[in-house]
Write a protein that binds this ligand. Structure first.
Ligand code: FAD
Length: 468
């Protein structure tokens, strides 16, 4: 059955934060919106699930769990959606493990870097180069499109750190941050990626939402503008084709074997790059190869609910490769905001470098949990013992395409790709693959796609007036 188009109807494919942000902006501008999502829940990599153990309710983020006041697009959207009141403060400390000891850095005060025992004086002096390079890079870094950083994309993060910084900064700052963000060792990602993390992470307080970070897409869909009659949300709707037809878009989707074809004035395709390459017809060969070839890291991680929270004030402890080859960050989710764990209990997540995850994508949960627990015991035995004694539950989360880890040269490829896209097409793409994998970047790409469909000029930041 082919449904007739309405001049003001826009279809959004994918209900992650990129798709829900696009849907919200389009609906607020008066368009009728249909949101098609393959899963039985919204949010994609920004979603949460509830795990009940007796009377205790744990709220476990499936993907993103940390947000920053550097996330300017998100904060503006929260204001426009009337959701600012849902923001809650959380821990601003990030720990880094060195020789078995946790050194805590403030994400807000850069003076903490001067005082920390994590780094020696030589490294602290060399860190001035990092601050200079960040200041120079700033105007090229844009949340919704990192292709402006192509000119800086000449080496990987390890080469950069050894050339401009020093070995200690590589081992105990650059490398653990690359692990935590990209789930890779520093040599596998572009230096631009390391600069992106520094800008996105430091210099601002962290926040969360009541009920977990992953709730934002749900909260957006619950706003009065999205609950009005012009919004339709279809779950378990697998989109198989999106094509441009004249000055409109045609979308084919199926559920339970029933195939539906809908026409609309326009379509935002907000699915991960590989899925976009499969469903969007009309891309040229280079565009399709770029989307299919974006380098993703996989993630298999474990979250433990414990009847007593371990003693730690940081939101997480990054584990450098020198300390452990596989484990890259331990998140103390109960320090990321109230309500994740029941009062008096704790929630601890172990995240691993992608090579560890890649060999466990098909392993059963018990094996993954045992392997994760063993890895933790090798590097943080007290925490491993605490989890062993107080464990109430353990859940495994798997993402085949978890985060983008562009290697050196990847931002130049991105620039060629974005330059080849038609900003006036009724089919617009969105997703974190235009940037680096953060919820704010994904959200900004969704808003950018909506602006293009609405025929609005780019935002000030997108026009290059402001950086991150
Ligand atoms: C383990 C992990 C931890 C992370 N931690 C953080 C963090 O702490 N802070 C942070 O800011 N970011 C974090 N990120 C990154 C962040 O979660 C992502 O960058 C962001 O959520 C991506 O949003 P998106 O909308 O682009 O994509 P997605 O969230 O992947 O959304 C795409 C949606 O499209 C749907 N879809 C796909 N194909 C189809 C189809 N054919 N038809 C219909 N629907 C389809 C999917 O089901 C999904 O819902 C993390 C990611 C992971 C995996």
């Amino acid at each position: 059955m082919v449904e007739e188009p309405r001049a003001d109807h826009v279809i959004v494919v994918g209900a992650g934060i990129a798709g829900t942000a696009a849907a919200f902006r389009l609906r607020r501008a008066g368009r009728r919106v249909t949101l098609l999502e393959r899963e039985d829940h919204v949010g994609g990599r920004m979603s949460a699930r509830e795990v009940r153990v007796g009377d205790a309710l744990y709220r476990v983020d499936r993907g993103a769990s940390w947000l920053s006041h550097n996330y300017t697009s998100m904060i503006e959207l929260l204001g426009d959606a009337g959701l600012t009141g849902r923001m809650l403060p959380c821990s601003d400390e990030l720990g880094v493990l060195r020789d078995g000891r946790v050194h805590r850095l403030s994400l807000v005060r850069s003076s903490g870097l001067l005082r920390t025992g994590l780094l020696g004086w030589r490294a602290k002096l060399r860190a001035v180069n990092l601050l200079r390079d960040l200041a120079a890079a700033r105007r090229r870094l844009r949340w919704e499109d990192m292709s402006g950083a192509a000119e800086l994309d000449r080496e990987n993060a390890r080469e950069y750190a050894l050339r401009r910084l020093d070995r200690e900064l590589l081992d105990y700052l650059v490398e653990p941050l690359c692990g935590s963000q990209f789930l890779t060792p520093a040599e596998e990602v572009a230096a631009v990626g390391a600069l992106c993390i520094m800008w996105g992470t430091f210099g601002a307080a962290s926040f969360t939402f009541d009920g977990g970070t992953g709730r934002l897409p749900e909260y957006l869909l619950d706003t009065p503008v999205m609950c009005s009659p012009g919004t339709r949300v279809e779950l378990r709707a697998q989109v198989t084709e999106v094509r441009r037809e004249g000055d409109g878009a045609v979308v084919v989707w199926e559920r339970d074997g029933e195939v539906r074809t809908e026409r609309a004035r326009a379509c935002v395709v907000a699915v991960p790059a590989r899925a976009a390459a499969r469903i969007v017809t009309g891309l040229d060969q280079d565009q399709r190869s770029h989307l299919a070839g974006v380098r993703w890291t996989s993630d298999v991680h474990v979250t433990f609910g414990v009847s007593r929270p371990p003693v730690e004030t940081a939101l997480g402890v990054a584990v450098p490769c020198r300390e452990h080859p596989d484990l890259c960050i331990v998140l103390y989710e109960h320090n990321l905001g109230p309500g994740r764990a029941p009062a008096g209990r704790g929630l601890v997540t172990l995240i691993f470098r992608h090579h560890w995850s890649a060999t466990r994508t098909t392993a059963d949960d018990d094996t993954v949990i045992a392997d994760a627990r063993a890895a933790l015991g090798e590097v943080m035995p007290d925490l491993a013992a605490h989890i062993e004694s107080h464990r109430e539950m353990a859940v495994v989360q798997r993402w085949e395409d978890a985060v983008i880890a562009r290697p050196a040269g990847g931002y130049r490829d991105l620039a060629a790709f974005t330059a080849s896209l038609d900003g006036n097409s009724p089919v617009q793409l969105a997703g974190d693959y235009f940037s680096y994998s953060t919820t704010n970047a994904a959200l900004a790409t969704g808003e950018q796609a909506a602006r293009r469909i609405l025929g609005l000029p780019p935002t000030a930041a997108a026009a290059g007036d402001a950086g991150l």
